[in-house]
Design a binder for this molecule. Structure first.
Ligand code: IMP
Ligand code: ZN
Length: 347
């Protein structure tokens, strides 16, 4: 079996995927057709070249946040959102993922409320979990560029839906344009969510802001996203690095996302290396597979090639990721058995 096939067949765990950034070209075309056939406003001026951010794209990290409005215009009705969720989960399933936590920011649109937004994703996931072998869970997103009152409303919904559907809604996460908003303003919402039993993930250190990194790590989230500017050689400080090394918060690593947004100059200089060597739990993820035209198997392949990991080491990354999923322990055990079985046969 060649490395490409190995990476596809390896049962993988996706823990950092934004729904609207994960829409593939074929899903977007499908949604465009749905809007055209249903008599909604014309979506024909949607350009994929603008949505996708490849290697060497001239846009900076802030510019990258503009592209999500393209996807948002295609997920504005409950029907479209259901199609988007199901097609995206099917693609993760086809790529050999055995477990996916999809995250998304509930929004009010002209055709649905935030309430309906969450409800639609929950129902779509239930259908996928009944139909396919992939196991999916929902992590509700708070956008740091929105007002605190919006974060509070979304937190309330996350808590309500976690009570109603504990086997689907498992966490709350903070994302959005990192130069806007302050983590400290959102702390009361995240404290409340934590107290209600929701797991927490925070986009952390996407830009140099050591004070915020320290307060995020001290909050003791279950996981952080990216962690780009934490190590001193990547824009962090001795203090941010020492704190992470001490508490060993698991880090969702998104190689292509970081390279294509130029947060990291090239794969070879990605902070994965320092984190891996320091035995900080590293979780290989896609972030926005549609925007960055990637897949989880491709990210595993890039990781193996760049950091010279053999098949056993690569498979161990997937196995170790099971420890940090937000779903219940019986799911953890099931996934570990599945991956261990694969390792027994193919490594
Ligand atoms: P949605 O939450 O399903 O609408 O997915 C798109 C949203 O995810 C964007 O509007 C951002 O708020 C967030 N997002 C996607 N990628 C990133 C990232 O790399 N950093 C921070 N936020 C992100
Ligand atoms: Zn992200």
């Amino acid at each position: 079996m060649d490395m490409h096939t190995f990476c596809r067949k390896l049962p993988k765990i996706e823990l950092h995927a934004h729904l609207n950034g994960s829409l593939s070209k074929s899903t977007m075309l499908h949604l465009k057709r749905y809007f055209a056939d249903s008599g909604f406003e014309d979506k024909s001026n949607i350009f994929f070249d603008e949505f996708q951010i490849g290697a060497g794209d001239s846009r900076n990290l802030s510019d990258c946040f503009q592209v999500f409005s393209i996807a948002h215009s295609l997920t504005s009705t409950p029907e479209a959102l259901e199609m988007a969720t199901q097609m995206t989960l099917e693609e993760f399933n086809d790529d050999g993922c055995c477990y996916v936590e999809l995250r998304s920011t509930p929004r009010d649109t002209p055709y649905m409320t935030k309430h309906q937004y969450i409800d639609t994703i929950v129902k779509s996931m239930q259908k996928i979990n009944a139909r396919l072998s992939i196991i999916s869970r929902f992590v509700v997103s708070v956008n740091r560029s929105h007002h605190v009152s919006e974060a509070e409303a979304i937190t309330n919904l996350a808590i309500e839906y976690n009570k109603k559907y504990p086997d689907i809604v498992v966490g709350l996460e903070l994302s959005g344009e990192p130069t806007i908003g302050r983590f400290e303003d959102f702390v009361p919402s995240f404290v409340r969510a934590k107290e209600c039993g929701l797991k927490i993930s925070l986009h952390c250190g996407e830009i140099c802001n050591s004070e915020e990194v320290i307060s995020m790590l001290n909050f003791k989230p279950d996981r952080i996203g990216h962690g780009t500017c934490i190590h001193p050689s990547h824009g962090g400080t001795e203090d941010t690095w020492a704190t992470l090394c001490k508490i060993k918060t698991p880090v969702e690593i998104c190689l292509t996302s970081n390279v294509n947004t130029k947060s990291t100059p090239k794969y070879a200089s990605h902070h994965f290396k320092e984190f891996y060597n320091a035995e900080i739990p590293v979780l290989i993820c896609t972030d926005d597979k549609g925007v960055f035209e990637t897949s989880l198997s491709q990210e595993y392949g890039i990781c193996a090639e760049t950091f010279d990991l053999d098949r056993t080491k690569l498979a161990r990354l997937a196995l170790n990721a099971c420890q940090h999923i937000f779903a219940e322990d019986n799911v953890k055990r099931k996934l570990m058995t599945q991956i261990l079985n694969f390792i027994d046969h193919h490594c």
